[in-house]
Write a protein that binds this ligand. Structure first.
Ligand SMILES: *[C@@H]1O[C@H](CO)[C@@H](O)[C@H](O)[C@H]1NC(C)=O
Ligand SMILES: *[C@@H]1O[C@H](CO)[C@@H](O)[C@H](O)[C@H]1NC(C)=O
Length: 356
């Protein structure tokens, strides 16, 4: 969703709504030829594989009974299957965690340290991967670091912007790991096609829908759903009204507009904001749509404060409400968007709500 700042090369813009898919269910409601119309694959609330809904004032994800609830203790051995493993989708709203770029191919030690920080200091339930690392065994390291820190993972098939077919090798490598690593299906909450395959014109809507179906079939025995990470703009394929806000604190009407568009076209599907933030600085690759938009730490902080303040509005959306990721963990990963600067200092206090 291109609101305020865009990177060059058609890379992601600020807020990207993440449409999500059902947990590997065969569905009559797949995105078909008209991906633009449908928007995304279904992610209905009746997910086999979710823990039963618990009606209480504390969401289940905060009450230790399911993965990746805060306080959940990982079992000593790998469970038999993941059918009663995950927290209910209804609980997956408010702050979910960080978008985390892996293009540096972090070693296992760094993954451990940062996943520990993400989980324990920010009460994240998930990391959402961004970028790519083609090192053999890298996703096994992600799985181990996630398991050891009780953190779920939204994996990503990275398309990149160079029009190459490398995404196919990445997809196959990921799927092979998902099938062979016994812990994979206990930490991998979903696989995303992204980011912005439609906006970047990597595949036609029809071909993307076909790939989503194939991936879903491949992963169905693992109960891992397949999703698409895309902007409303990418689906609309229509320049429409410019979406500009000059200050983060004024951004709510624009967020609402795209959120409503997704709701109107999403057929009751769950949505996540998976690539979502406001940069503290511009750079050659991060330029505002509107020349007067302000990029500073205050606006970066204000943007997340805005989402936090609208917790109950976001919760009213389909499937138990919208969960959001902060994009991104560190300025080392994407200049200006980090919660940490490149010397590892927190840029502002960051304690968003995980339920409301
Ligand atoms: C999803 O839920 C909506 C509303 O309950 C329903 O109309 C639709 O058929 C469901 N889709 C799938 C794929 O189950
Ligand atoms: C899933 O994809 C992997 C990687 O391409 C492939 O090796 C495997 O045979 C596929 N499995 C199924 C069940 O389609």
């Amino acid at each position: 969703m291109v609101y305020f700042f865009r990177k060059t090369l058609g890379a992601s813009l600020l807020v990207v709504l993440k449409p999500s898919a059902s947990l590997g269910l065969p569905s009559t409601d797949l995105p078909g030829d008209s991906m633009q119309k449908y928007g995304f694959a279904p992610f209905n609330s009746s997910i086999p594989g979710s823990a039963p809904m618990v009606q209480s004032s504390m969401p289940d994800s905060n009450s230790r009974t399911c993965f990746p609830a805060m306080g959940f203790s990982m079992p000593a051995s790998i469970p038999q299957d993941n059918t009663r493993w995950w927290c209910a989708m209804e609980d997956e709203y408010a702050f979910l965690g960080f978008s985390y770029e892996i293009t540096a191919c972090q070693n296992i030690k760094q993954l451990h340290k940062e996943f520990h920080d993400i989980r324990n200091n920010f009460h994240s339930r998930y990391v959402r991967l961004y970028g790519f690392c083609d090192r053999d065994g890298f996703y096994d390291d992600i799985i181990q670091a996630a398991w050891d820190n009780s953190l779920g993972v939204h994996a990503l098939i990275w398309f990149g912007f160079d029009g190459s077919n490398k995404w196919k090798t990445r997809r196959s490598a990921l799927f092979t790991t998902l099938h062979t690593n016994p812990k994979a299906k206990f930490v991998t909450r979903g696989v995303q096609f992204g980011s912005e395959p439609l906006f970047d014109n990597v595949l036609s809507a029809k071909d993307l829908a076909k790939q989503v179906r194939a991936a879903r079939a491949n992963l169905s025995s693992l109960n891992i759903p397949v999703t698409v990470s895309e902007m409303a703009y990418g689906y609309q394929n229509d320049p429409g009204v410019p979406r500009n806000a000059l200050k983060a604190s004024d951004a709510w009407p624009i967020i609402q507009r795209d959120m409503s568009w997704f709701a109107a076209h999403g057929n009751g599907k769950k949505m996540l904001f998976d690539e979502n933030g406001w940069p503290s600085t511009t750079s050659p690759g991060v330029q505002p749509n509107s020349p007067n938009a302000v990029a500073d730490v205050q606006n970066e902080q204000d943007y997340y404060a805005l989402l936090n303040d609208h917790c109950t509005d976001l919760k009213r959306m389909a499937g138990g409400g919208i969960g959001w990721f902060a994009h991104i963990y560190s300025d080392d990963q994407e200049p200006g968007y980090g919660i940490f600067d490149s010397s590892g200092r927190l840029k502002f206090p960051f304690k968003p709500r995980t339920f409301c």
